[in-house]
Design a protein around this ligand. Sequence first.
Ligand SMILES: Cc1cc2nc3c(=O)[nH]c(=O)nc-3n(C[C@H](O)[C@H](O)[C@H](O)COP(=O)(O)OP(=O)(O)OC[C@H]3O[C@@H](n4cnc5c(N)ncnc54)[C@H](O)[C@@H]3O)c2cc1C
Length: 415
Amino acid sequence: VEVVRTDFKFSEEEELFRKALIEFCERYIAPVWVELDEKGGGIPPELYKRCAEQGITSIIYPEEYGGMGGTFTMACIAGEVLGYYDPSIAIPVGTVVVTNGWTAILTFYGTEEAKSEILPKVAEGTGFFGIATTEPQGGSDIPGIKTRAVRKDGKWVINGEKAYISGVKEVLDLSWGGGWFLLAYTKPELLHRGQTAFAFLAKKDGEVVPGFEHTLYEDWGRCGLSCGGFTLTDAEIEDKYMIGKEGHGFYHTMEGFNLARIILSATTIGSARWALDQAKEWITTRKLFGRPISKFQNISYRFAELYAKLEAARLAVYRAAWVADQIYVEKKPGWKRTDLNVPASIAKMMGPETCHEVYEQVLKWYGAYGYTRECPVFRGHHGTWSYIIGAEGAQDVQRYIIAREVIGREYVRWE
Ligand SMILES: Cc1cc2nc3c(=O)[nH]c(=O)nc-3n(C[C@H](O)[C@H](O)[C@H](O)COP(=O)(O)OP(=O)(O)OC[C@H]3O[C@@H](n4cnc5c(N)ncnc54)[C@H](O)[C@@H]3O)c2cc1C
């Protein structure tokens, strides 16, 4: 479907949602984000619960599971607002991005039993639900995963190792628990067509499941959200936790990445907007040679350039969210799920990369002060950098997807 223009204005409902979130963030997020980033150790359960009570962990799924029955546009609004108030994007990723992206896939393809068990817990803020595909040998190579699920005595027995997974400490700290959309091979001989997705709960009803052992990493950015790894040794999963059909896991993973990438990109837009607002204040008050440095045109013109690039990236993000809404929320005839591949990858390319360009420049405008820990701007730079590194899919993988879809698979794929 050709998309040239969407409605450029938020609806009244979206605008009310945005304003309520701004008030919420000014009260609960702005005062704590620096301390959380400094201290590390994950999102405190009380704060996660507060965010959930505000509705932001459960925007997409229907009210019958405790959700808001909202749209991907609303999820992006939440991502952008939270990204502005926690520019390290730890809280927005932990409460808006992974939760909404991957509960959406559970909502679309999970069993009734799994949805009724997990979704209300995420909505009330006692449970977390994220994504676990990456393994130590490489995150981009999804067909290269080694985790295996084998059928035994009416259950699935899983062995494997997942690495660089967001939310490990949150799952363990929250009172009910939670887990991840987990990808494993059920028929390795079929390559990616032999991969199956499960809702793997590492902890539920307050108990950690047998066979789960975790480790936590010491990241240098986005420290307010934990990142860890885990091994599964003969961990058992019941049939009801299979997401979609056996052998469809790879495709659901790609769909989930499309959705999470859009919401993530919205958080980087929010973070970069915060950085530009900080910069505006700085360049208009910092005086050199008897005038504010904004009078130097290398500074004000570059500001204008970054502002324009950010607006373009922002439009790309909301355009992708709008496409996601046509496909998954409105279920408009004529749209295919794969229609989201290019818009989502454009959003993921432009959001984090424009954000990176903004921070790189803004930090230079701050001079030596920007290089001190007292100036919080570096925290936004460090936190959003994780999405240049590759969280929610490496940047060049986005280029690959766009090239493959636009130039043609036969000219781009190397298999
Ligand atoms: C803070 C953080 C949080 C994360 N949270 C999660 C999580 O919750 N769940 C989860 O499953 N994973 C998570 N990840 C892992 C993330 O998904 C991976 O980092 C990502 O998929 C890239 O994998 P990799 O890091 O192993 O890099 P690799 O896949 O080893 O890539 C290395 C380099 O090769 C390039 N490359 C790879 N393939 C191609 C290609 N086909 N074409 C061109 N270039 C290519 C990449 O661009 C990259 O520069 C997280 C990562 C970080 C940093």
